[in-house]
Write a protein that binds this ligand. Structure first.
Ligand SMILES: [Cu+2]
Length: 160
C-alpha cells in the first residue's frame, strides 16, 4: 500500500514536470511577492506584540530606582546576611554582593515558585529590583555551587 502511494506520487510529479518550459521569473516573482507580504505581516505582528508587552516590562525606570528602598544582601560560605522582613507591594532594590566566592541568590515565594535570582559576586554589587506581591515566608537558596556546604545555604524573610 505504502509503495503504491510512493509510486503514485512519483508518477504525479513526473507528469507535472512534463509541461512546457516556463521562464524562471514567472515562478520566482510571485514567490518573492508572497515572501515579502509574509515578512511584513510578521514584522507588524512583532511590533504590535512588543508594544502590548511594554507595560509588563519588569525593570524600573531610573527615577523608580532612585526612589526605591534599598536593602543589603550579602552571601558568604555558607549563609546569607539579609533583612528578616521586606515590605509588600513596594518597589525595592536588593543590593547583592558576596564576601568570598560567587554565589547565586534565588528567591522563592510562599508557594515555592522562584520569583527572582541574581548572582552574588565578591567585590561587586548587583542591584536586583523587584516588587513582592504575596505576603508570607519567602525562601532564599544559593543557586551556584560555592563549596562543600552549598546545599545548606538557605535563608528566608517575611513579606508583609
Ligand atoms: Cu552555593
Amino acid at each position: 500500500m505504502l509503495a503504491a502511494v510512493a509510486i503514485g506520487t512519483l508518477v504525479a510529479v513526473a507528469r507535472t514536470a512534463q509541461g512546457p518550459a516556463v521562464e524562471q521569473a514567472t515562478i520566482q516573482n510571485p514567490g518573492y511577492r508572497l515572501r515579502s507580504i509574509w515578512f511584513r505581516g510578521l514584522a507588524v505582528v512583532a511590533v504590535i506584540g512588543f508594544l502590548l508587552s511594554l507595560p509588563a516590562f519588569p525593570y524600573y525606570t531610573r527615577s523608580q530606582l532612585a526612589s526605591s528602598q534599598h536593602y543589603p544582601v550579602t552571601a558568604l560560605q555558607f549563609a546569607f546576611a539579609m533583612p528578616a522582613v521586606l515590605p509588600i507591594d513596594t518597589p525595592i532594590v536588593l543590593d547583592v554582593t558576596a564576601t568570598d566566592v560567587n554565589h547565586g541568590v534565588g528567591i522563592y515565594d510562599p508557594d515555592g515558585r522562584i520569583v527572582a535570582q541574581v548572582q552574588a559576586m565578591p567585590g561587586y554589587t548587583n542591584s536586583l529590583s523587584l516588587m513582592l506581591k504575596k505576603p508570607g515566608q519567602y525562601v532564599v537558596l544559593c543557586l551556584e555551587y560555592c563549596g562543600i556546604a552549598h546545599h545548606l545555604m538557605r535563608a528566608g524573610f517575611e513579606v508583609r
